[in-house]
Design a protein around this ligand. Structure first.
Ligand SMILES: Nc1ncnc2c1ncn2[C@@H]1O[C@H](COP(=O)(O)OP(=O)(O)OP(=O)(O)O)[C@@H](O)[C@H]1O
Ligand SMILES: [Mg+2]
Length: 608
């Protein structure tokens, strides 16, 4: 890894406390976050405290069998990700050891053997490299030297690493190369430097870019409650808090499958090894709706098995962000899904406990908020570095983290602090989940700050829907209004009974019911219902709101609510989600005609 062996790079263990080890001998040269290695066991750790006569390191693996006086070397660099072709479709642990491979080697399905060391990316695989630059071109950070077709959908750009610029003195011809073969050389201030397809980047530092841009496009999810009521923008940040079994993982998996990001980074935190194997199995069976090939082709999985100590768990979400930023820098839209950040926060608490730090709320360290913010603040849509032959390159990283508050209490520290740093909050509700209302996103406690950023995008894609003049934003506001009136009516309804309310209020209750059962509820496991396009979403909600508008007019003209409730169209609307496929727009238009005809037929029923 580096040149050690010098004095000050070698030390020895003087005490062991759980995953923390105290080391003497390297304190003069060590820097915070440098990696150290216990030579005999091949265990990697990270320097987390430096004192006058010793340092404290936290190991990324179990420390059993470690002994006093065993030799430790300072590797002199922070934990970095190896970036290059071959990341997609792979599963790594929190410190980027390829997990399938490791599991195979261990001969054990669930657990990793300690001290295994592999390169993160395969050194034997050949990639077809096509140069796009030539000798004598001057290049700088982010410029694309050549490309590799990494998977069917992703063209991997081999970019000049951050902080480097110079003149090309050599670039290989198109052909097959290993990722560690020399691909190009640059003359940098009279010195020639050689580059391969790999670059490294420390996980705790954001990769550089030109500037952050304003968010202006939704990250479509195909989930109606999200795309209409609580949308995300590309480059945004979202928290999904929910108690046990409320559907966090199903939502994350639906997003991995359907959201319109080019690349997905899925970070599974603190799970058992065999649970991770299940997730992997599920993803490999899923087809990418865009290419028809396995979904794994656009996914990088990072998994922390629970037998790995807490510190590797802590690294994992930052490892994921770093890989995400790398694909963002190629100009892709990347979504990072972390399930669950609570397990990650618990690892912070454990380490802090071992260090005997002064605990803050519920034993979490006082720096929990700053750690959370350093994670979520790496989301964004940016103009990336490097542009020579292309136009401006823009990439985005959207971060969606689930939170598992113990006993579903959203006031606990991880949920409440996460809330401070995200712009969208999908509050999952145990009572909705219990009544099989999925996705169990509670419309009263959830929010999104993105509608104003993306309403133009929707406006440009609005559909012409005869009879109703509302665009996406107005539909959203109307639906919120109806749900909120319904909520206000709840108490009165309980007191006097629904049938004793005025007809117009009964209509509100009916429409709210249609919105909930026919629009917000969405079955992730139904072929037609699992994903809704923007066009179907708009038609579906406009159909409901048209029904409301026409019915209210009739009631005002004296038609009875019973007659409206009994219309056949009510059932048709409730079944749209699961019966009308996304591409069958004419069926939706047929329903609109039916709606108007049935309403017309009621005009003769006026009684008042
Ligand atoms: N959108 C959905 N459509 C249909 N069923 C769902 C949906 N979401 C969740 N479920 C049901 O709820 C169950 C629990 O969901 P899930 O495993 O996602 O919960 P979780 O919040 O991740 O739980 P845990 O706290 O254990 O991690 C699923 O197995 C499934 O049966
Ligand atoms: Mg889960």
């Amino acid at each position: 890894m580096t040149k050690f062996k010098e004095e000050g790079d070698i030390g020895y263990i003087t005490s062991i406390n759980g995953s923390l080890i105290k080391i003497k001998g390297i304190e003069k040269k060590a820097r915070l976050h440098d990696l150290v290695k216990v030579v005999q066991h091949n265990i990697i750790g990270e320097v987390i405290q430096i004192h006058v006569d010793h340092i404290i390191a936290q190991c990324y693996e179990e420390t059993f069998n470690l002994k006093l006086n065993q030799q430790v070397i300072n590797l002199g660099e922070p934990l970095s990700m190896e970036l290059g072709p071959g990341l997609l479709g792979k599963i790594f642990d929190g410190i980027q050891r390829p997990l399938e491979f490791a599991l195979m080697q261990s001969g054990n399905e669930g657990f990793l053997k300690r001290g295994l060391e592999f390169p993160a990316l395969s050194r034997t695989k050949l990639w077809e490299f096509k140069p796009v630059k030539k000798i004598n071109d001057t290049v700088s950070t982010g410029d694309v030297i050549g490309v590799v077709q990494e998977t069917d959908s992703i063209l991997h750009k081999i970019m000049v690493p951050p902080g480097i610029s110079g003149k090309i003195t050599h670039v290989v011809k198109g052909g097959q190369y290993h990722i560690d073969d020399e691909i190009y050389r640059l003359k940098i201030k009279n010195e020639e430097q050689s580059f391969t397809m790999i670059q490294k980047w420390p996980i705790t530092e954001g990769r550089p870019f030109i500037k952050k841009l304003n968010l202006n496009e939704p990250l479509l999810t195909g989930l109606r409650v999200i795309d209409l009521l609580f949308p995300i923008a590309k480059g945004g940040s979202v928290a999904v808090p929910g108690g046990f079994g409320t559907g966090k993982t199903v939502i994350q998996q639906s997003l991995a499958k359907w959201c319109d990001a080019d690349v997905i980074i899925f970070v599974g935190c603190g799970e058992r090894g065999n649970e991770i194997a299940d997730v992997l199995q599920q993803f490999s069976e899923l087809k990418d709706p865009r290419t028809g090939k396995t979904l794994l082709n656009r996914i990088v999985l990072i998994a922390n098995t629970s037998n790995m100590p807490v510190s590797a768990r802590e690294a994992s979400i930052f490892s994921g962000v770093t890989i995400g930023e790398y694909y963002r820098d190629m100009g892709y839209d990347v979504a990072l899904l972390a399930d669950s950040t609570s397990r990650w926060a618990e690892s912070l608490r454990e380490i802090s406990g071992l260090l005997e730090e002064m605990p803050a709320e519920e034993g979490y360290p006082a720096y929990l908020p700053s750690k959370l913010s350093s994670f979520y603040e790496r989301a964004g849509i940016v103009q990336v570095l490097g542009n020579s032959s292309e136009k401006k390159r823009i990439g985005s990283l959207t971060i969606i983290g689930s939170v598992s508050p113990p006993s579903g209490d959203f006031n606990e520290p991880v949920t409440s602090n996460t809330k401070r740093f995200v712009q969208t909050f999908w509050a999952l509700d145990a009572s909705l989940a219990y009544s099989k209302h999925y996705p169990a996103i509670n419309w009263r406690d959830s929010y999104s700050n993105y509608p104003e950023y993306i309403s133009d995008w929707w406006y440009e894609r609005d559909i012409d829907w005869r009879g109703i003049e509302l665009d996406w934003d107005q539909c959203r506001i109307k639906v919120n209004e109806i749900l909120s009136i319904e909520n206000d009516l709840k108490n009165v309804t309980q007191l006097i009974g629904e049938e004793n309310l005025p007809d117009e209020q009964q209509l509100i209750l009916l429409i709210a019911k249609i919105i909930k059962n026919g629009f917000l509820i969405q079955n992730a496991f139904n072929e037609i219902d699992c994903f809704t396009t923007p066009k179907k979403l708009l038609a579906q909600i406009k159909l409901i709101l048209l029904f409301y508008q026409e019915a209210r007019d009739l009631i005002r003209q004296g038609v009875l609510i019973e007659n409206i409730k009994n219309l056949e169209i009510v059932n048709d609307i409730l079944r749209v989600s699961s019966t009308i496929p996304n591409n069958d727009f004419s069926k939706l238009e047929d329903l609109r005609e039916k709606l108007m005809n049935e309403m017309d037929s009621l005009k003769s029923f006026k009684v008042r």
